[in-house]
Design a protein around this ligand. Sequence first.
Ligand code: ATP
Ligand code: MG
Length: 267
Amino acid sequence: MPSDLAPVPTHTEARFLEIHSLSARFVSHLGELDALDNVSLSVQQGEFICLVGPSGCGKSTLLRIVAGLIPPTVGTVALRGSAHHAPGRELGLVFQQPTLLPWRSVERNVALPLELAGVAPDVRGRRVADLLALVGLTDFAHEYPANLSGGMAQRAAIARALAQNPEVLLLDEPFGALDALTREHMAGELLRIWEQTRKTVLMVTHNVEEAALLADRVIVMSPRPGRVIARITVPLPRPRSVALLGTQPLQQIAQQLRAALSRGGSE
Ligand SMILES: Nc1ncnc2c1ncn2[C@@H]1O[C@H](COP(=O)(O)OP(=O)(O)OP(=O)(O)O)[C@@H](O)[C@H]1O
Ligand SMILES: [Mg+2]
């Protein structure tokens, strides 16, 4: 594996990504709407965090703020102690829909952030080849997005998000549009990719089993305005695989998550 895809050092920095007292209020012609209320979260380097919460509770808003795409109404985001408020190469983002450019091949979609950053063609070519190998798309490098399955398109989107070797990967329901079997397979693939890169991940999912399988910690949010109502550590040993899905330890955690979600912060 090339050195820039190698796992980051495993020492943990307590204050790697600090999300502090975030609130978000949208003002539109319909009036004011509070999307997030006083959300704080400390993420360690290399930690895999899943966010679960009811539809409309502000999960995507939270990711967009962390990515620097929109400003919070109140609160701060800091990466390694420095304020983070504009999109940059240190964060890679993957949405529910893969948002690939249809006129570019897989290879050229993955290369795009590197082209924009002015990376030399030979370096770019090697980097893209490594990324396609990592996500299992080497044989489809010259294919166009219209000819990819949903899972393959999301692999390409993940490769593109990893292109600039970001410190944090933000995944907003990346498997939400996939059928159940493909989704399960992609969760296994994400575990494998994470084992190889050890990126810090913040991932939104509606699926409690998926959250229990992937995460070191699951953050449960209340209905809108989203608040953090539970932080549940997943003690399942790593490396993990999708074979864990049917097991009792995983199901117990999923049950804990369901219970926290159904309480909905009303205790
Ligand atoms: N740009 C915006 N302008 C006005 N309101 C917005 C904007 N973006 C989000 N909202 C509102 O903020 C609330 C939270 O939206 P958000 O998309 O963050 O929810 P979510 O938790 O990601 O939901 P889902 O699980 O359905 O994706 C919603 O009520 C939504 O209508
Ligand atoms: Mg959303």
